[in-house]
Structures are given as structure tokens and as C-alpha cells.
Design a protein around this ligand. Structure first.
Ligand code: OGA
Ligand code: MN
Length: 207
């Protein structure tokens, strides 16, 4: 496919809204974070990687104890590297703008960003968890971009977050970004009746 993405500056109003939400309540949601055309290119790339067999079952935990446990999480993933495509590079560039805005406003000292495509087949889920590892506290801010067309509530697949032990569902609608403090917000992915695509990543600080 043709990659036509060019990166523009994120809207300062959007960045301010994200920063304010994170400071006030620890999470934020936006439906048009990046241009729609880029979301479509990223969705097509995720789909193509799946078709090419490049996604692999995701592990739980990290390092020597990492293992695939479908009773905990059932998605397949592939980590992004710089230089893979125009679309992924454009996304990485937007996320770097966001990283700098978070550092300027919240002094988080975020110094890198890691991310992966994720595909949940129908019925797959990810049990309630927090994103920060027990033995590694570098993950500070989590960001999930959804890559699905016209999602309906009855199709399941919500991201269920538990801010202050309340419950809030976010449908994985294409172009929607959810961002939250990695060490603070418990969340889970509910099973869906259809395939569910996303691009999930973490801003990290030094160990
Ligand atoms: C994760 C995760 C949420 C989602 O990958 O850690 O919680 O909505 N993903 O895909
Ligand atoms: Mn998570």
C-alpha cells in the first residue's frame, strides 16, 4: 500500500486537555488524536502484519519469568521499531511530541517510548492488571490507540478501567486514544465477538 503520512504538530489544546486530565484524574480519552488517514494506515499495517504471521502470542510478566498464559491475556503482538514504515514512524513522532508535552507540564522525566501492535481474536481478553511491573517501575504513562471501524457496544471488547474503584468502559473505536498513569489505574480488556486491533505503548522514565 502507499504510505502518504506526514507528521504535523499535535494541537496544543489537545495536549493541554490530556495533561490536565492526567493531573486531575489519572486518565484521559480522545477520539481524534491523530489524522484519520493515519489511523487507517496503521490499521491496515496491523492487519497485514497479522496476515504475514508476524504477530506472536503476548507474554505475561517480563524477563526470565515471562510466559504465555491465555487465561490471563489472549492477544498477539508485535513490537514497533523505528524505520519500519512511514505510518509507524509518523505515529512514533506524534508520541514523541506527547512525551515532551507530558514532561514539560508534569515533570515526569519520560525518556523513552515502547509500543506494540496488538490483535485480540474473538473471545480473547486481558484480565484486570496494572501496567507497571513489580520489579521494574520505568513504565509511567500508558497510551492505547484503537484501530477498529465502527465498534458497537454489543460487540464487547471494551477497555474497562477502574478509576478510584469506579468502573468505566471505553469502546475500542478506531482513532480513539486512551492514556493513563501506568502504576495507578487498574484495567482489563473484555472479550469481543470480533477481532480487536490496537497500538499500545508506554512512556518510560529511567530506572
Ligand atoms: C495492555 C492493555 C488495553 C487495551 O496491553 O496492557 O491493557 O485496551 N491493553 O488494549
Ligand atoms: Mn494494560
Amino acid at each position: 500500500m502507499a504510505h502518504t503520512s506526514t507528521t504535523h504538530l499535535l494541537d496544543p489544546t489537545l495536549l493541554t486537555a490530556i495533561v490536565d486530565d492526567l493531573a486531575d484524574k489519572g486518565w484521559s480519552q480522545h477520539d481524534l488524536f491523530i489524522p484519520q488517514g493515519l489511523t487507517r494506515e496503521l490499521a491496515a499495517e496491523c492487519q497485514q502484519r497479522a496476515t504475514d504471521g508476524r504477530l506472536a502470542p503476548a507474554a505475561v510478566g517480563r524477563g526470565a519469568t515471562a510466559q504465555v498464559r491465555e487465561s490471563v491475556r489472549g492477544d498477539s503482538i508485535q513490537w514497533l521499531e523505528p524505520g519500519e514504515s512511514t505510518a509507524t514512524d509518523a505515529y512514533l513522532s506524534y508520541m514523541d511530541q506527547l512525551r515532551q508535552a507530558l514532561n514539560q507540564a508534569l515533570y515526569l522525566g519520560l525518556n523513552d517510548y515502547e509500543s506494540h501492535f496488538a490483535l485480540y481474536p474473538p473471545g480473547a481478553f486481558y484480565q484486570r492488571h496494572v501496567d507497571r511491573f513489580r520489579d521494574d517501575d520505568r513504565r509511567t504513562v500508558s497510551a492505547v490507540l484503537y484501530l477498529n471501524d465502527s465498534w458497537l457496544a454489543e460487540q464487547g471488547g471494551a477497555l474497562r478501567i477502574y478509576p478510584a474503584d469506579e468502573e468505566h468502559d471505553v469502546l475500542p473505536l478506531g482513532g480513539r486514544l486512551v492514556i493513563f498513569m501506568s502504576g495507578e489505574l487498574p484495567h482489563e480488556v473484555l472479550p469481543a465477538t470480533r477481532q480487536r486491533l490496537s497500538l499500545t505503548g508506554w512512556f518510560r522514565r529511567r530506572a
